[in-house]
Design a protein around this ligand. Structure first.
Ligand SMILES: Nc1ncnc2c1ncn2[C@@H]1O[C@H](COP(=O)(O)OP(=O)(O)O)[C@@H](O)[C@H]1O
Ligand SMILES: [Mg+2]
Length: 372
């Protein structure tokens, strides 16, 4: 059993800096949890606390059924993989992987068996006699992963393990780690994995659930699709998704019987259910959020449209991104298989798919349509 539970966890560093605020997070046994957020939001702090490398200032941390606040790192059943591999340069890949087990006085045959098994799974059997400097970055990172695996930990902790690799290698290592999680589960030895990254693509593709953090606060914890489709607040909405969700600042106003989002000289009519949910915000300022894929080119005379000046066009083959400037906001529109020739300086008419829009309260930045 390796459920990891953080209850009312706070971290205040010795210099008085309050890095983590009242964190409540319950990670299931065998779950793949991604911690994601901008640099400096205290992801590493949180992971290092689970590892036992950083003390808990307040609150309770448990792994399995054991409260671990004061438990030594070696007694927690965890293994950690870092960004900089931290391999011993004078040891071969085999020796690096075996080292922890030797220190723990495991029998030689057991060590041999575990290293070979891990090497096979990671496809590094041919590299076992090489030293770190004779290997590429991706190979070193696989050895570092193998070194964690041979310890058969209940919990794997990853701190941005792929950020030193080039884009292509990152994709293949990302899939390898996800596959490892699956394989351990199918083999009946599920491992809990906590994976720290600032990369929202890794967060979206790897996690069973994603925990989004900002400035030491927990913003939202849910499945990748939920945080994408049902973001709790403006921060999550803008952090998850690439390019980011577009934001327009305007006011909700009543027109006849309808509630509209008003900006500049444009009105956008909210669909029926959204009108009910937003009724309390009539005459108040709000942010309207809409993803680039929920904008499309429109013809004159259509409703819910916006005239925009194109600032740049990015052609990516099957899709293109139209960057525009509207009422002081940068707005990006994603077009699929669109043949129309557009260029910077042109004007275009954009239609907002209002069924897909979000509204955020001006002061709390909470999503008015958030449902859970
Ligand atoms: N030992 C320390 N003493 C004081 N402040 C620290 C210490 N370690 C980290 N911090 C601060 O805590 C915040 C979170 O750091 P960190 O957990 O490394 O963030 P992340 O991993 O999300 O980039 C940062 O503002 C950082 O400067
Ligand atoms: Mg970090």
């Amino acid at each position: 059993m390796a459920r990891v539970k953080l209850q009312e966890i706070n971290k205040v560093y010795e210099n008085g800096f309050h890095a983590l605020h009242d964190i409540n997070l319950d990670i299931d046994d065998g779950e793949f949890m991604v911690l994601v957020g901008p640099s400096g939001c205290a992801k590493s702090t949180m992971l290092r606390m689970v590892a036992g490398l950083e003390s808990v200032s307040d609150g309770e941390l448990s792994i399995g059924n054991t409260v671990c606040n004061d438990l030594a790192p070696k007694d927690r059943g965890i293994a950690m993989v870092f960004q900089n591999y931290a391999l011993y340069p004078h040891m071969t890949a085999y020796e690096n992987m075996a080292f922890g087990l030797e220190t723990a006085k495991k029998p030689k045959e057991e060590i041999e068996k575990r290293v070979q098994e891990a090497a096979e799974l990671l496809e590094i059997t041919e590299l076992l006699s090489r030293k770190p400097k004779q290997m590429s970055g991706g190979q070193r990172q696989r050895v570092a992963l193998g070194r964690a695996m041979v310890r058969k930990p209940d919990v794997f902790l990853f701190d941005e393990p792929l950020s030193n690799l080039d884009a292509k290698l990152r994709v293949s290592m990302r899939m390898r780690i996800s596959k490892l999680h699956q394989q351990l589960k199918s083999a009946g030895n599920p491992a809990t994995m906590i994976y720290v990254t600032h990369d929202q693509v890794e967060a979206m593709t790897m996690g069973d659930r994603v925990c989004i953090m900002n400035k030491g606060h927990l913003m939202q914890v849910d499945t990748p699709m939920e945080v994408y489709n049902n973001p709790k607040n403006k921060f999550v909405a803008e952090f998850i998704g690439s390019p980011s969700m577009n934001m327009l600042f305007g006011q909700l106003q009543k027109r006849d019987d309808s509630l509209v989002f008003h900006i500049g000289s444009s009105d956008f009519v909210l669909p029926g259910d959204k009108q009910t949910q937003a009724a309390l915000w009539e005459d108040r300022h709000v942010f309207l959020g809409i993803r680039p894929e929920h904008l499309e080119l429109a013809e004159d005379g259509e409703t819910n449209t916006l005239a925009a000046t194109i600032t740049a066009v990015e052609e990516l083959g099957s899709e293109k991104f139209i960057h525009t400037h509207v009422y002081g906001h940068d707005v990006i529109c994603k077009l699929m298989n669109n043949e129309k020739q557009l260029k910077a300086g042109d004007t275009c008419l954009l239609r907002l798919n209002m069924d897909k829009c979000h509204l955020f309260d001006e002061s709390t930045e909470f999503n008015i349509f958030y449902n859970k």
